[in-house]
Design a protein around this ligand. Structure first.
Ligand code: PYC
Length: 309
């Protein structure tokens, strides 16, 4: 399998550009279901150690079902499959440009949760216009083991997020373990107490916020992804969910820039336009850099052919 690795503001993406599974025809939902049931070994081999890492998000390119899309994309990680991935879309756009498959300007990617537009501004800078995003519930309080009562908003940004304004400790990498275990405890409490997204979807991303370090940013975040790794970037779908909450609270007007800083200090600049149904359509600008072109090898006699599960 030939893959191209990039990182978007520090968060890695691995795009399968050759030799990935053929998921056949049918809608994106049917294809992701086929990936899950017939080729989960490929997901594991690509993402898990010794070939990958917990922070990695994979992207499988496929034929789009829509003629206005450059490609279909299925995102996956160390525990399963993602509806959408903001940093991953930026990584895919920069990878497609690296391969000469798209040029400057707007191209469209078909994902299982809708079409996203990627505007390639230069070799590294991309603006992703995400799927419509919205706040589902405000000020939901959950009892969390070891933390007590934690209050947050539930919002959709292409994945389900629980957004907590009061971080349990400083948003610094030196507190990575504390932040990770607090966010995992919140994720577990939401699941155990039956609190989910509008469609009953699992809230599998937890976001803590604090004041930014840099004067040019509006906020700093720590985002825990479903498989227990934190997002090195400010998280595209997480920033979309944040914008939906800011818009719902009347704290950010349409077309106004919001600079979201990650726990490693990298940034996305985001803004939104209003959608018809009270949702917003966020646009996220960030940079990705290609860092490897690799052939992954899975030998038949390798005990970790399918990764270390
Ligand atoms: O950027 O949307 C994102 C994302 C989701 C999980 C990791 N990154």
């Amino acid at each position: 399998m030939r893959v191209i690795d990039s990182h978007t503001e520090g968060e890695p993406t691995r795009v399968i550009v050759e030799g990935g599974p053929d998921l056949g025809a049918g809608g994106m939902d049917a294809r992701i279901a086929r990936f899950r049931t017939a080729y989960d070994d490929v997901r594991k081999a690509v993402i898990l150690e010794p070939r990958g890492s917990d922070a990695l998000v994979g992207a499988l390119l496929c034929e789009p079902t829509r003629t206005d899309c450059a490609t279909g994309v299925l995102f996956f990680n160390n525990t399963g499959y993602l509806g959408m991935c903001g940093h991953g879309s930026i990584g895919v756009a920069v990878t497609l440009a690296w391969l000469g498959r798209i040029g400057r300007g707007v191209s469209r990617l078909e994902t299982p949760v809708g079409v996203v537009a990627v505007d390639l501004i230069d070799d590294n800078t991309v603006t992703v216009e995400n799927v419509p995003s919205y706040r589902y519930r405000q000020d939901v309080t959950v009892e969390v083991a070891g933390l007590g009562r934690v209050t947050g908003d539930i919002a959709w940004g292409g994945n389900w997020f629980f957004l907590v304004k009061e971080a349990p400790c400083p948003l610094e990498l030196t507190y990575e373990r504390e932040l990770t275990s607090a966010a995992l405890a919140v994720m577990r409490a939401l699941r155990d107490q039956g609190i989910g997204g509008r469609d009953g979807g699992e809230i599998d991303h937890i976001e803590f916020f604090a004041e930014p370090h840099d004067a040019g940013a509006d906020s700093r975040n720590f985002v825990l992804c479903p498989g227990g790794a934190y997002d090195r970037s400010p998280c595209g779908t997480g920033t979309s969910a944040k914008l939906a909450c800011l818009a719902a609270d009347g704290l950010l007007a349409p077309a106004t820039d919001w600079v979201q800083e990650s726990v490693i200090g990298s940034r996305f600049t985001a803004r939104y336009r209003l959608a018809d149904d009270g949702a917003i359509v966020p646009s996220i600008t960030g940079r990705a850099f290609v860092c490897a072109e690799t052939t992954l090898v899975r030998q038949d006699n390798d005990p970790f052919r399918d990764g270390i599960a």
